[in-house]
Design a protein around this ligand. Structure first.
Ligand SMILES: Cc1cc2nc3c(=O)[nH]c(=O)nc-3n(C[C@H](O)[C@H](O)[C@H](O)COP(=O)(O)OP(=O)(O)OC[C@H]3O[C@@H](n4cnc5c(N)ncnc54)[C@H](O)[C@@H]3O)c2cc1C
Length: 431
């Protein structure tokens, strides 16, 4: 099969197609964005009998939620020592516990809704590109065991062959708690579950602006969309890396960064087993990292930040070649494997690389998952739904300081990405 510029996951599932209906006049909660965050929240709110409208400018799961690697990961982008020095032991402990709970949260929803998405607790493997990265694994594992009572297994270089059919790494670290799934099937299933619970999803409905407006003495929001207006008592913004100028305060705090993926043809069983004998979710220790895994039908799925800019025809085509070269460096065995699909998507990075949730200018939000969104987005959707419904859920990311750009030098258009890309490449050489 010739290379297709298309998301492979989309070939594995059908998405629900909500009927196009007029917008309701008023709802309790308007959720902007139909990805993991928005749909997880919509389902939870509708189960509590709230009248919920999910407003999506494209279609269900169109954003990062259908395009990702399907790695359901523990931990956060920042290492534990960085977290402890920034937030202190107690808050970091709560954050780490939450990161483990995020996996349970995905598993629970998949089970409750019987979502057929190949969810499996296959564990993840982090591999060290340098000796000093490996030395740091042992230190991290020790802190995580001592402070958070969570066991990671550190593997010396000589032990790695039981985990990965590559000889380029200096060692690895395994977390058995992480999982893998098919993200397109998962987000399609969340869409069905939200609808079954009573939420209404409006596709091709771009939110263009929000204005405070009271109705019959009740404070709320007039929401202007590409298909007309509606009124909502509360608004939950779940737009992640696609956050735009309808919510300018959030747009200024989120850097949209491109990430790209290729998949090979289906591999012979023996070769697939040799590449990843335990079917782990794998990523390396660089800033400009590669992440990879086998798909349930035995393709190698290989991703990375091949271009920093978000996806377009040019960045996607270039990424296919860059990622293929990267894949062959890791796995020379794949030199002759055909690349059948390439696609890209946009990640949401906050300036401090942390997930953030809370209220800004009166609207609720959760975003900033920095490549760890499959589990965290699902979890934040649940937690924010509880908060909007009036509970006080445990959510250690709620209201943590949410920095903007230094000196305010950012209006939502990431002019500095080429420089950031170069900076991270240099860092990968020297650190
Ligand atoms: C290539 C790639 C690989 C990744 N791999 C992994 C991985 O393996 N593991 C992991 O944990 N995370 C991964 N991630 C990150 C993860 O996919 C995201 O963090 C997660 O999907 C975010 O979900 P979300 O619902 O918040 O946002 P999204 O799924 O991006 O949804 C946001 C939605 O908002 C809509 N929207 C935006 N503006 C408006 C508007 N004004 N009006 C209406 N709708 C609007 C968009 O159309 C979009 O559908 C990856 C991301 C990418 C791009």
């Amino acid at each position: 099969m010739a290379l297709q510029e298309k998301n492979y996951w989309l070939t594995t599932t059908d998405f629900p197609k909500p009927q196009s209906r007029p917008l309701p006049d008023r709802v309790d909660v308007a959720v902007i964005g139909a990805g993991f965050t928005g749909l997880s929240a919509a389902r939870a709110l509708a189960k509590r009998r709230a009248k919920v409208a999910v407003l999506e400018s494209e279609t269900i799961g169109w954003g990062a939620s259908s395009r990702n690697g399907g790695m359901v990961l523990t931990g956060m982008k920042l290492g534990v020592n960085q977290l402890i020095s920034k937030y202190g032991r107690e808050l970091t402990r709560r954050m780490y516990a939450a990161s483990i709970e995020t996996i349970d949260c995905v598993e629970r929803i998949v089970g409750e809704e019987a979502i057929d998405c190949d969810f499996s607790r296959c564990g993840h493997l982090e591999v060290a590109c340098k000796q000093k990265h490996f030395d740091d694994y042992a230190r991290q594992a020790e802190v995580i065991a001592r402070e958070f009572n969570h066991q990671l297994r550190v593997l010396q270089r000589g032990e790695l062959s039981s985990e990965i059919g590559s000889t380029i790494y200096y060692g690895g670290m395994v977390d058995e708690v992480s999982a893998g799934l098919n993200p397109a099937r998962y987000v399609a299933g969340l869409g069905r579950a939200a609808t079954k619970a009573g939420a209404e999803i409006f596709e091709h409905t771009r939110v263009e602006g929000l204005q405070r407006e009271s109705r019959q003495g009740e404070a709320g929001w007039k929401i202007v969309t590409s298909r007309g207006e509606l009124w909502a008592r509360e608004v939950f913004v779940a737009t992640s890396g696609y956050t735009g100028n309808a919510t300018p305060a959030l747009q200024k705090k989120i850097i949209p960064i491109g990430s790209f993926i290729i998949t090979t043809q289906t591999l012979p069983e023996a070769l697939a087993h040799e590449l990843s004998p335990r079917n782990r979710m794998i990523y390396d220790s660089k800033n400009y990292l590669y992440y990879y895994r086998l798909t349930p039908d035995r393709r190698m799925l290989f991703g990375g930040r091949a271009a920093f800019f978000p996806e377009n025809d040019r960045t996607i085509r270039r990424s296919a070649e860059i990622l293929r070269r990267g894949m062959i460096e890791v796995y020379p065995q794949l030199r002759d494997a055909k690349i059948e699909y390439v696609w890209g998507g946009t990640l949401d990075f906050a300036f401090d690389m942390m997930p953030h949730a809370g209220q800004i200018d009166g609207v609720y939000y959760a975003l900033g998952y920095a490549g760890h969104g499959v589990a965290m987005a699902t979890y934040q959707g649940q937690k924010m739904a509880q908060l909007i419904a009036g509970d006080k859920p445990e959510n250690p990311f709620l209201g943590i300081p949410f920095p903007g750009a230094p000196l305010g030098l950012y209006n939502g258009k990431p002019w500095f990405l080429p420089f950031a890309g170069m900076w991270y490449k240099i860092l990968d050489r020297v650190s």
